[in-house]
Design a protein around this ligand. Structure first.
Ligand code: GLU
Length: 476
């Protein structure tokens, strides 16, 4: 058993988007690959920002994607509890240690006084540093009344990030930050350091927004005499334009939405892993096991990763094509159109195998398959909006369909016979497939797209096919 321990430490402040899941995924992949542990820690110390239901949502997302955690809420482990709001006494005891060491003090200033210090600094054109205003004789700290601040030891730092390489900052990056707020809750800056240490975390994988504060963290690690975990900072996930961070406006959906739409979990994980990581080969489609095997921190890139939903669609289709008939049938269960009710399982399986090639996500099943179950109403726009067909003119189309009808009426509707029947129709009419087959397809399905024609007609059967073609002729 390896002692590698990673954690995902979300704040319950809303839904989990792709960027958050990527952090979780990288931490999970590393833990699974190295036989380590993956911990979920809920960082719920900012009561003002908390959104009700988020913790349940986060857990549901992780579990739905198969990112199971070894320790966390509802998954007891040796270093719990795993919700920060249940660990207040632990932070308090660390705070008291820091006070004893002379490295923490009560902050006596009112909001107005602090604002005044800021104004002074702005006037002088210098950045505001709290430590320039340390009270000469701070009051005793009373838990739950005054904020407690860290007494920093300003110095320049150089440090190593497993992705970003060598980073550095001057002593101006160090300040006396708040450890415990006046409401008795710790800040992220303090709590995560205590928790990562107490929970024996070996790798901190988190977003870029924490790099600027890292010198402060290093200062606190020193004060507590703690050896820090490794820092792993993946690149930001960028919107489709590639020049700014992915936002909700770019369609950064709640991950559960994708699952509801029938994107396969494996496809989502494949896609999310590819945002800022590659294994250096040309392989793009990975199963989850392959991701676990191939993942490596060394191959996380530094530059931003672009979120391209079309790529997700493509990957999702590729993963659907990899499903066995049984798996696809099982997963399709809740996606059938209501018109499929009552059809035998065996017929539905044949429908599925026909559309499997072109399915991108399972919620497409109704629109791609409805015509196999019910006669759709005639849709004139299918011909009118098809430039090649509308150029021919309705009388001619009607004539062509008449020829097709007579010819198909001779077929036994076996696949081979349908194929040769359709091919001979090309010779007889002198029309290209782009015209003739489109016309027959529209007439027999009334759908904008369908699986290959002969296969579709075979499954529809002779009676339905001929009836639909006749109806179309009548409408022309
Ligand atoms: N609670 C922090 C957040 O949600 C987590 C940062 C971390 O992973 O340490 O942004």
């Amino acid at each position: 058993m390896n002692s590698l321990r990673t954690r995902f430490a979300p704040s319950p402040t809303g839904y989990l988007h792709v960027g958050g899941i990527r952090t979780a995924l990288f931490a999970w992949l590393l833990a699974r690959q190295q036989n380590g542990k993956f911990i979920l820690r809920i960082e719920d110390t900012d009561k003002d920002r908390e959104v009700e239901g988020s913790t349940q949502h986060i857990i549901k997302c992780l579990i739905s994607l198969g990112l199971d955690y070894d320790e966390g809420p509802n998954q007891p482990g040796p270093y719990g509890p795993y919700r920060q709001s249940e660990r207040l006494s632990i932070y308090r005891s660390y705070a008291e240690t820091l006070i004893k060491l002379g490295r923490a003090y009560a902050d006596p200033y009112s909001k107005a006084e602090l604002a005044n210090f800021r104004r002074q600094a702005a006037k002088q054109g210098s950045p505001f540093l709290y430590r320039n205003h340390r009270p000469s004789s701070p009051p005793d700290w009373k838990y739950g009344s005054l904020p407690l601040r860290f007494k920093s030891d300003p110095k320049a730092y150089r440090w190593q990030d497993e992705v970003m390489g060598n980073l550095s900052a001057g002593e101006e990056a160090i300040d006396d930050f708040i450890l415990i707020k006046s409401d008795g809750f710790p800040t992220y800056n303090f709590a995560h350091i205590v928790d990562d240490y107490e929970m024996k975390i070996t790798h901190i994988i988190r977003g870029q927004e924490f790099i600027a504060s890292t010198p402060n963290y290093l200062n606190l690690y020193e004060a507590l005499n703690i050896t820090r975990p490794l820092f792993v900072t993946p690149p930001p996930v960028l919107g489709p334009s590639g020049n700014k961070k992915l936002s909700k406006r770019d369609g950064a959906k709640d991950v559960l939405e994708y699952i509801k739409q029938g994107y396969l979990e494996a496809a989502l994980l494949n896609f999310i892993a590819s945002l800022g990581w590659n294994d250096g080969t040309t392989q793009e489609i990975y199963t989850v096991d392959e991701l676990i095997k191939s993942f490596s921190l060394k191959r996380i890139v530094k530059s931003g990763a672009r979120f391209d939903e079309r790529r997700l669609l493509w990957m999702s289709g590729a993963h659907i094509r990899m499903l066995s008939t049984e798996e696809l049938t099982k997963r399709a269960k809740s996606f059938w159109p209501k018109e499929a009710i009552g059809y035998p399982e065996e017929y539905k399986i044949r429908v599925l195998s026909l559309v499997q090639e072109r399915l991108k996500f399972l919620a497409e099943i109704p629109s791609l398959t409805r015509f196999f179950f019910v006669d759709l109403p005639l849709d004139p726009s299918l011909i009118d909006n098809n430039p090649k067909l509308s150029a021919i003119g309705k009388p001619e189309l009607k004539k062509l369909l008449g020829i097709a009808l007579d010819s198909l009426a001779q077929s036994d509707f076996s696949l081979g016979d349908l194929q040769s029947n359709l091919n001979s129709l090309l010779d007889v009419t002198g029309q290209p497939p782009g015209i003739l087959f489109s016309l027959i397809r529209i007439a027999s399905t009334q759908a904008p797209a369908s699986p290959p024609l002969a296969e579709s007609l075979k499954l529809l059967g002779k009676e339905r096919t001929l009836k639909r073609i006749k109806q179309q002729i009548g409408a022309l």
